[in-house]
Ligand binder design. Structure first.
Ligand SMILES: Cc1ncc(C[n+]2csc(CCOP(=O)(O)OP(=O)(O)O)c2C)c(N)n1
Ligand code: SF4
Ligand SMILES: [Mg+2]
Length: 200
């Protein structure tokens, strides 16, 4: 159980602040006891989010918050499990876990911080970077079309899959509440500001 929260390390104006605020407000509004919630994150800028939320938490490996969260859910079905991920993490290295967990309709909530780049490692192109965008890994412009997250999840039969912008704070908070209350797999793709790298 985390009680000593860490100092926040995100860049000024990062959209992760809004997502953190929305999740904290959603949890307060839901009124679920801290003992019954587990947050699970990965390695990435926004992966630090579990250091800033009081309660049971785990910061795992790049692409692996879902398998970790699924194990927790299988061990104790009463717990509400919230898995966080980045676009590089969930739609890249961890995509297999995401799609198969959606297909099996396992009752966890997945929140993706979609800043359309690999933020922590200095802004390389990710699976959701728009075509033609110049990044440190695509100096002549990204040659690939991006994944559409909701379409991707729908192909795995996800019934609850939504896209929200970080700046639509109330909508985001309410969507998080809806997702946590939903009985089954719930996915939210949050389009997130990243002033350091996402200049498009
Ligand atoms: C297995 C593995 N591969 C690569 C890395 C290096 N790595 C750390 S963070 C990161 C990118 C994270 O991007 P994203 O998931 O989109 O999160 P963001 O930093 O943008 O919030 C990478 C490639 C790692 N830590 N572990
Ligand atoms: S690099 Fe981007 S995502 Fe990472 S903390 Fe800075 S603004 Fe946020
Ligand atoms: Mg990212």
């Amino acid at each position: 159980m985390r009680t000593n929260l860490q100092d926040i390390q995100w860049c000024p104006w990062c959209g992760d602040f809004l997502i953190l605020g929305a999740i904290k407000n959603a949890l307060t509004e839901l009124g679920i006891d801290k003992e019954n919630i587990v947050t699970v994150s990965w390695i990435g800028c926004a992966g630090k989010i579990t250091q800033y939320i009081p309660g049971y938490a785990a910061e795992t490996l790049h692409g692996r918050s879902i398998p970790f969260g699924v194990w927790i859910k299988l061990a104790n079905k009463k717990l509400k499990v919230i898995c966080f991920g980045g676009d590089g993490d969930m739609y890249g290295i961890g995509l297999g876990h995401l799609l198969h967990t959606a297909k099996r309709n396992i009752d966890i909530t997945v929140i993706v911080h979609n800043n359309e780049n690999y933020g922590l490692t200095t802004g390389q192109a990710s699976p959701t970077t728009p075509k033609w965008i110049k990044t440190s890994s695509t100096p002549e412009g990204n040659p690939y079309w991006p994944f559409h997250p909701v379409g991707l999840l729908q192909s795995a039969w996800a019934q609850f899959t939504k896209q929200v912008e970080d700046k639509d704070f109330l909508w985001l908070k309410n969507t998080i509440i809806e997702a946590i209350n939903y009985e089954g797999f719930a996915h939210i793709d949050v389009i997130q500001a990243c002033p350091s790298w996402k200049k498009w």
